[in-house]
Design a protein around this ligand. Structure first.
Ligand code: HEM
Length: 128
């Protein structure tokens, strides 16, 4: 019996990946990651309120290579999410919605988030 080619319901393996699709997913992922990062900030503030010993312990963990990696990732997540938020803000004015323009804005969001994150760490961590 011959099998008729039927229309297939789209899912992740069928969609051709586009930069706008990836940015949309990353925007939600970074939004979720920001909750975790804010928890880390809250822990640091609570430790500072408790006293020097607690703060030293938290600083020791956050200052380790793994802690620094997580904090770098959190910085990028926050900055990328903010850039994505500004992209949505631009769209609120019903501009930059054509396919080519959407792609350019998506790449610009990614580029700006990496550049701003590196700038923040250069000024406030590596050169401080
Ligand atoms: C710690 C701070 C933040 C957290 C925890 C956070 C969290 C989130 C999460 C979880 C979502 C996804 C909601 C969903 O898809 O249902 C989201 C969406 C969004 N966030 Fe944030 N966010 C933060 C900061 C910001 C900032 C600073 C901006 C703007 C500059 C922003 C703009 C947006 C926008 C516009 C959306 C909706 C995107 C869409 O409609 O697809 N967020 N946020």
């Amino acid at each position: 019996m011959s099998v008729r080619a039927r229309p297939t319901s789209p899912h992740l393996q069928i969609y051709r990946w586009t930069v706008t699709m990836a940015m949309s997913i990353i925007h939600r992922a970074t939004g979720i990651a920001n909750y975790g990062g804010m928890a880390l900030l809250a822990i640091w503030l609570v430790a500072a309120a408790i006293g020097q010993d607690a703060l030293t312990s938290v600083n020791y963990i956050y200052g380790s290579w793994f802690g620094q990696l997580v904090l770098f990732g959190f910085t990028w997540s926050l900055v990328h999410h903010m850039c994505g938020g500004l992209r949505h803000f631009v769209w609120d004015f019903a501009v930059m919605m054509e396919p080519g323009q959407r792609d350019k804005m998506a790449w610009a969001t990614l580029g700006a988030s990496v550049a701003i994150t590196l700038l923040i760490w250069t000024v406030f961590v590596w050169m401080a």
